[in-house]
Design a protein around this ligand. Structure first.
Ligand SMILES: [Zn+2]
Length: 112
């Protein structure tokens, strides 16, 4: 579906507050992520075992106030985030970010 592609292209990033990070998408949606959850969702080889797919990152090692220091685009499909805890190898594909946002926004108390 070509129409869906717009949902997977970010138009802007900003740190909304000390604990929230926001991504604006080309379909007009703004996704807000708990910053630390985004750090914990890192799927790089340091954080996820490449062979077993199991998490290797100890959440206790990630500070509560972790935040992005630098965000770089990777091709046309992803961003790479350098974090304040010194971790900088995580690549976040747009589709994964969007899926994460939808998961975070999936609040059953809200009307559809
Ligand atoms: Zn990582």
């Amino acid at each position: 579906m070509v129409a869906d592609e717009a949902a997977f292209t970010p138009t802007g990033f900003r740190q909304k507050s000390s604990r929230e990070f926001a991504i604006s998408w080309s379909d007009g949606v703004e996704s807000v992520y708990p910053v630390r959850a985004l750090r914990l969702a890192c799927a790089c080889a340091h954080c996820i075992d490449e062979w077993s797919g199991e998490g290797r990152l100890d959440p206790a090692s990630v500070p509560d106030d972790v935040h992005p220091l630098k965000i770089e685009s990777v091709g046309r499909y992803a961003i790479q985030i350098e974090w304040s805890d010194g971790h900088g190898t995580g690549i976040y594909p747009f589709r994964r970010l969007r899926a994460l946002a939808d998961a975070v926004a999936d609040d059953p108390t809200k009307p559809p």
